[in-house]
Write a protein that binds this ligand. Sequence first.
Ligand code: SAH
Length: 302
Amino acid sequence: MNPIEELSGEWGEPGARHRSKWRRILADDTEQMSQADPHVPLRIVLVGTSHPGNIGSAARAMKTMGLRRLVLVAPECDPISEDAWAMSAGAHDLISQAPRFDSLAEALADSTLVIGSTARLRHVRMPEWSPREGATRAAAEVVHGGCVDMVFGRERTGLTNEELHLCGAAVHIPSDPEFSSLNLAAAVQILAYELRLALNDDLPGGDSPSAQSHPAEPPAAHAELEGLIGHLDQTLHDIDFHKGRSPETVMQRLRRLFSRARPSDREVRILRGIFSDMQRVAGLARKAENKDGKEEAESCGA
Ligand code: SAH
């Protein structure tokens, strides 16, 4: 069983147990830190990093803030090179334990909230949060038993729009618009700091708007949501919804709608049940149409 599944099983219900666990994980006491649970469900995901030194510095930035879970997606360098080790200044354990994936979509499969960190404000319509708001929402998600991924892009080009579309929201660190791009590890440091502050807050039952508006059931994991969107896409084809128009724009809007709504596992199952019935009825209608067409042709031929 993967560590996140293990955790969500153990931490299914929000409550005091989470709080004390977070306090322990984020405690300043070094002995406690070294015994920290390595499976904190809040991960820093680095996509296509090309400088090993940045991976090392990002690991250091995380470890100083008590975060342990680093994930590497298609790194374009050797993450266990000397440079990475040197820049990690003792945080190399995060790098050697970091799971690696070929694509961002695979890496996010277990996540319930994905936040993309972006140096430029994009023309992608999605919620855009300040670092503080992003961290508050991330902390609320974790405290309620969810799994959060905070995603960082390539040094030269950042995240592609396609990768950003996999995120439920974007976070931008306010900076000079003329020179807006921070060093990757510096961006990780700022967000890791905000996450630390937010996780130290009394989020459950607190005043945080995200904690209040959080649904009673945890949202479905990213892979479930992708399954739902794929099923909807196929259903819309089967019922001929697009009528020759390009499905892309409408699918992007529907994807945003579901990211916003954050349906639970149960809601995803209900929706998929509805889609399956729509597909079945559309199939029956097609068959009946074909039959009518054939009979008409036969009667015309007769
Ligand atoms: N030249 C790239 C910037 C890459 S910096 C671009 O224009 O997109 C590498 C990564 O650091 C970015 O993908 C982003 O995840 C993070 N980052 C850098 N500056 C940031 C900022 N101001 N706000 C949020 N994230 C930032």
